[in-house]
Ligand binder design. Structure first.
Ligand code: NAD
Ligand code: UDP
Length: 337
């Protein structure tokens, strides 16, 4: 903790960016839907450290009270157990709308609910933004580009999504959420921001949510084979969660209203990624080849020129730095999960 001219700066860890406590006139009332989830809980931490008042609205479908329990009892923090599909009333200045399951096994478990969460949930939160005059930020996804025919993906690409496949509930749900967001901007003058987030990882990922980073790390720590779906030649670009949180806050507080990609362009095949995890944890673990999943995007890498130009944002952490901390986190978790 540093103080300079009355400005307090927290330095939490080497893989955590320094955070400045804002003056009271700059502090806001903020709603974070899905704030008990993986990304949301890191956003809660940062905004709380900055001095804002934060309310989390979460139905705990894939979130966990444990992710935010360190703030419970703090006068600036409130945790509300509720579903975004139902209307919610509160007075706030900003809304970060994250609520939506993000891992394929979870969002595919109940596709109708996933679509309702994206559609009715986004509609409700935009209605709230309209009534309160709050600024609204949607966490959209690289999945709006589907199985892309353009590489890397720029925001101007319209995507290649199968509208009736197993991923449609998530991809089309987010596409309709984007359309709703811009309709509210156009017709009701709501101030909107849209982040298209690429694969993000870090501590507090759910160990069982089926995403590749948590699967491989947990499998390797347990000495189990790493499960590769298909030939492993499909690619992803992995971003460390603290970089994403930087980008979300810059986007919310900047002037740019069109969609912005937030991701780390460091691209790996899934096979390479398995080898990186084996090198870090244990080269004794084997690879198990499983059938490919339907409509799995073959290549994914963000073009982040727009984020750089309009927000001055670039990732600060390499994938390797983030993986170190994430492995340590899961090592700790394996004592309790
Ligand atoms: P997560 O599953 O950990 O968090 C989602 C949170 O939303 C959970 O706490 C869950 O309980 C809550 N939620 C789900 N449905 C809800 C509902 N109907 N009402 C209230 N709360 C509900 O996922 P995450 O990785 O933290 O993702 C957060 C957001 O970022 C999501 O909108 C996701 O689509 C987006 N995103 C994430 C990634 C990524 O790689 N993590 C990539 C692209 C987009
Ligand atoms: N994947 C894999 N083994 C796993 C989990 C995922 O090979 O145990 C692959 C999956 O098929 C996809 C990539 O890893 O090609 C990323 O999957 P994830 O679910 O993490 O994210 P998304 O598909 O939404 O990008």
């Amino acid at each position: 903790l540093d103080t300079d001219d009355g400005i307090i700066t927290y330095h939490a860890a080497k893989t955590y960016p320094p955070v400045k406590l804002l003056r009271s006139t700059e502090q806001k009332r903020i709603l974070i839907t899905g704030g008990a989830g993986f990304v949301g809980s890191h956003l809660v931490d940062r905004l709380m450290l900055m001095g804002h008042s934060v309310t989390v609205l979460d139905n705990m479908y894939t979130g966990n009270r444990r992710n935010v329990e360190h703030w419970i009892g703090h006068p600036n923090f409130q945790l509300v157990n509720g579903d975004v599909v139902d209307p919610f009333a509160i007075e706030v200045d900003q809304i970060y709308h994250l609520a939506c399951p993000a891992s394929p096994p979870h969002y595919q478990k109940n596709p109708v609910k996933t679509i309702k969460t994206s559609m009715y949930g986004t509609h409700n939160m935009l209605g709230l933004a309209k009534r309160t005059g709050a600024r609204f930020l949607l966490t959209s996804t690289s999945e709006v580009y589907g199985d892309p025919e353009v590489h890397p993906q720029k925001e101007t690409y319209w995507g290649n999504v199968n509208p009736i496949g197993p991923r449609a509930c998530y991809d089309e749900g987010k596409r309709v959420a984007e359309a709703l967001t811009y309709a509210y901007e156009e017709y009701d003058g709501v101030q909107v921001r849209v982040a298209r987030i690429f694969n993000t990882f870090g501590p507090r990922m759910n160990a069982y949510d089926g995403r590749v980073v948590s699967n491989f790390i947990v499998q390797a720590l347990r000495g189990q084979p790493l499960t590769i779906y298909g030939d492993g030649q499909q690619t992803r670009s992995f971003q460390y969660v603290h970089d994403l949180v930087d980008g979300l806050i810059l986007l919310m507080n900047g002037n740019f209203t069109e969609p912005v990609n937030l991701g780390n362009p460091e691209e790996h095949t899934i096979r390479d990624f398995a080898d990186i995890i084996r090198e870090k944890i244990s080269t004794d673990v084997e690879i198990q080849s499983l059938p490919p999943t339907k409509d799995d995007p073959k290549r994914r890498r963000p073009d982040i020129h727009r984020a750089d130009e309009v927000l001055g944002w670039q990732p600060r952490f390499s994938m390797h730095q983030g993986i170190e901390e994430t492995v340590d986190y899961f090592r700790g978790q394996l004592q309790v999960i």
